[in-house]
Design a protein around this ligand. Structure first.
Ligand code: PLP
Length: 379
């Protein structure tokens, strides 16, 4: 049996999403910008439906949602597209690399960037946030749910603090969507990045929500053709966008069932692991955590050894996919205060809606067995 437990890195495409993508590749292949014939109109209609579905996910107007190639591009557009107007950018120490690398670039361009700390569970220090805001020209960027340790920030309070000071707020929603039920209407934010492949949609499709007052202020990163209100040029990726829209529709209408099934698999896995491994430590919070995410420190072993022992049959990871490709240490685990030895012992598990109970039991057995053989060989 092969078991995929890396659903925070990416998820398999829902078969219903794959089906609609297929129709866009062969039947509805027109260019949505071709205003002069039925092929273009059909493709445009499908893109419009997708835009409604994606905007509906975050309870915002579809007119304010533009399509991109994924959350990385959305984040770049949000942070670098409005840099001229913004004197300072405030961000947390557990942002995704997509944000951190933008911040590094903004700093090279002379923009002041302020990093805020988090506590042991990954929650932002809200007093520090409040104190750091000095002028309405500040832009705050916060990872709504962390991709490594699953922490869901207090988005209501963060939104209120930013609104009160007049600062703009960008939320990286990549890991939040579909992993918790939220009333987005009650949340204040000015910009939000979304990625389709984190909730059973295709890779290479994402969106940026831009509040109406900001649209005129964004400088595009890509010029040429006036697509997406002139903010993001280039022929629309119709199959990706339509698949994204379908994934959004499914996750919204089936969220209760998806969360309850995934949650029960997650608590089964957690109880099997905790029973078998006495020293196990759960990183991140026990509540206010995204569904399906577990991150464990396994004192006494090296996570890379455990992961490579299992790699052919079981997919787990030590941190985010981008970090494992760079073989860099996790800045998230450092930010929550783990020492080097503990950081090197951490594994991330991402359970998704296509996992079964049989898979969970099998994977837990294999991980425990590999852990025991590593602790025995180090004795
Ligand atoms: N932000 C977070 C929190 C993520 O987990 C990811 C994906 O790894 C991204 C941004 C980047 O998303 P994408 O792969 O769509 O560029």
């Amino acid at each position: 049996m092969k078991v995929y437990l890396d659903n925070n890195a990416t998820t398999p495409v829902d078969p219903r999403v794959a089906e609609i993508i297929q129709t866009c590749l062969t039947k509805y292949f027109g260019n949505p910008a071709s205003a002069g014939h039925a092929w273009g109109w059909e493709a445009e209609e499908l893109v419009n439906i997708a835009r409604e579905n994606v905007a509906e996910l975050i309870q915002r107007d579809s007119k304010d949602t533009i399509f991109t190639s994924g959350a990385t591009e959305s984040i770049n557009l949000a942070l670098r597209g409005i840099k001229k107007k913004h004197k300072r950018v405030i961000y947390s120490s557990i942002e995704h690399k997509a944000v951190l690398d933008c911040i590094a670039q903004l700093e090279r361009e002379g923009i002041e960037c302020v990093r805020l700390g988090v506590n042991r569970e990954g929650f932002l220090n809200l007093t520090e946030l409040q104190e750091s805001l000095k002028s309405p020209a500040d832009l705050v960027s916060i990872i709504a749910a962390n991709n490594e340790i699953g922490t869901i920030q207090d988005l209501e309070i963060i939104g209120e603090i930013c609104a009160q000071s007049g600062a703009l707020l960008h939320l990286d929603l990549s890991q939040l969507i579909g992993k918790v039920k939220i009333d987005y209407k009650s949340l204040h934010f000015d910009l939000a990045s979304i990625s389709a492949h984190k909730f059973y949609g295709p890779k290479g499709a994402g969106a940026l929500y831009i509040s109406p007052k900001l649209k005129a202020e964004l400088t595009p990163l890509i010029f040429g053709g006036g697509h997406e209100h002139g903010i993001r040029a280039g022929t629309l990726n119709t199959p990706g966008i339509v698949g994204f829209g379908k994934a959004a529709e499914i996750i919204r209408s089936e969220i209760d069932q998806i969360l309850s099934e995934t949650e029960s698999l997650t608590s089964l896995f957690d109880s099997l692991m905790s029973k078998a491994i006495e020293d196990i430590i759960l990183n991140g919070p026990s509540s206010n955590r995204i569904c399906g995410n577990l991150n464990y420190a396994l004192p006494g072993i090296r996570a890379d050894k455990l992961i490579s022992k299992l790699a052919k049959d079981i997919a787990i990871s030590s941190s985010s996919a981008c970090m494992s490709h760079l073989s860099e240490e996790s800045h998230v685990l450092s930010a929550i205060g783990l020492d080097k030895e503990l950081r090197n012992s951490c594994i991330r598990i991402g359970i998704g809606r296509f996992n079964s109970e049989e898979e969970i039991r099998f994977a837990a057995d294999k991980i425990i067995e590999a852990y025991q053989s590593l602790t025995q060989s180090s004795n």
